[in-house]
Design a protein around this ligand. Structure first.
Ligand SMILES: *Cc1c(COP(=O)(O)O)cnc(C)c1O
Length: 379
């Protein structure tokens, strides 16, 4: 196998993230049929590692793999874990929880879309009141780090409320898993989820749900609302055969195994410290240039910065994006309907020097397009 030099791009978008060369090259393997025992044995270790990352007890928690992008997990959890005639409560302050509401709509599930402003954390007394008023709520769902803005939601408290009122708690941890430490026991999480291309720093195509085995087994009796995306069916097939029900993303799995090796080598604490360094460097850079952000500092999840477009008539996100992109740095538009924003994210195999290098290029771009710095806002 010849390894050529691959250009290193710094991805500041909210995933997929910058990967190491060793993870990139781990995809280049001899062809193998995934129904071979050799491949099955790889997946067993992989499934256990995915539980260990969130400190789940293997006696109580399992992981179930799917071939798809991260949204498949939201679809799977919501369509599979609601008993007949019961209701879903979505604690919603952003684009990704809205996605869960849309999943409810598409499956015709009875649900409450409990909306809060995108730049505020949910009011727990309203969550509790809703649970009290609706004893038929069987599943409470929210998003840990709302990637559209970068706000951190109080999952531990929401989970405690869900349990107090007899509901299970599913959390979209796609943009925190393997970055910001999570402990499923302490954080009151019954189900969480992620995909390989974000915190694990591998590739798209592999997504997974980590959750309570007893609840999955109970869900055998629940209505089957999807053929491909049913949690119990996928879990059961794995348990009986050690394989995914349908063809797995073979090469992505090899890359994920290498990424896991690198995850354990770096360590949970050191990795989170590195993401924090990157995040601080991003905020320092934005502050220095006078950019305002959507989320106040104490509510930020520490992984996504949402900067508000300045009111400078010369500001043109596309032009600034293209200038940076041509020089190896990818920045990303926001996901808020009310405010024009762009995002800089601290995911991936990058460190603070990469952010300093980025701001050199970013400043050049602002100068090139005659955008005044510090940037101006009308009010
Ligand atoms: C990235 C992400 C997803 C998955 O998005 P895909 O485009 O399907 O990969 C889901 N939830 C959150 C919070 C995310 O950040």
């Amino acid at each position: 196998m010849t390894k050529t030099n691959i250009k290193r791009n710094i991805l500041l978008n909210p995933g997929p993230s910058t990967t190491t060369d060793s993870v990139k090259f781990a995809q280049v393997v001899p062809d193998i049929c995934p129904r071979e025992k050799e491949f099955g044995s790889l997946m067993k270790g992989l499934r256990e590692d995915l539980v260990k990352i969130v400190h789940g007890d293997l006696e109580e928690y399992t992981s179930v793999l799917f071939c798809g992008s991260g949204t498949i997990n939201i679809d799977v959890c919501i369509n599979s874990l609601v008993p007949e005639g019961k209701k879903v409560l979505v604690v919603n302050n952003g684009a990704y929880s809205t996605r869960a509401v849309e999943v409810c709509q598409y499956y015709g599930l009875s649900h409450i879309d409990l909306k809060f402003p995108v730049d505020e954390i949910p009011d727990l007394s309203v969550v509790e009141e809703t649970l009290k008023q609706n004893p038929d709520i069987a599943l409470v769902h929210t998003t840990h780090n709302e990637t559209g803005t970068g706000i951190l939601n109080p999952i531990r408290e929401i989970g405690a409320l869900a349990h107090k009122y007899g509901a299970i708690f599913t959390v979209d941890t796609t943009s925190t898993y393997a970055m910001r430490p999570i402990n499923v026991h302490e954080d009151n999480i019954d189900f969480c989820m992620a995909s390989a291309q974000k915190g694990l720093m591998a590739f798209t195509g592999l997504s997974f749900v980590v959750g309570r085995t007893s609840i999955i087994e109970k869900s055998k009796e629940y209505p089957k609302r999807s053929y491909y995306c049913n949690l119990y069916m996928q879990y059961d097939f794995f348990e009986r055969t050690g394989e995914m029900h349908f063809t797995p993303p073979v090469q992505t799995i090899y890359a994920t195994l290498e990424a896991l090796k690198e995850y354990w080598a770096e360590g949970e604490e050191a990795k989170w410290a590195r993401h924090t360094r990157v995040f601080n460097a991003i905020n320092d850079g934005l502050d220095e240039l006078g950019f305002r952000q959507v989320i106040k500092p104490e509510w930020r999840a520490g992984l996504v910065s949402s900067a508000i477009y300045p009111d400078d008539p010369n500001w043109d996100f596309e032009k600034v994006h293209d200038y940076c992109y041509e020089r190896g740095f990818t920045i990303y538009p926001g996901k808020i309907s009310t405010t024009n924003t762009f995002r800089l994210c601290a995911l991936g195999a990058i460190d603070e020097q990469d952010i300093r290098d980025f701001f050199v290029v970013f400043k050049e771009a602002l100068k090139e397009f005659n955008i005044v710095t510090p940037v101006v806002y009308n009010k």
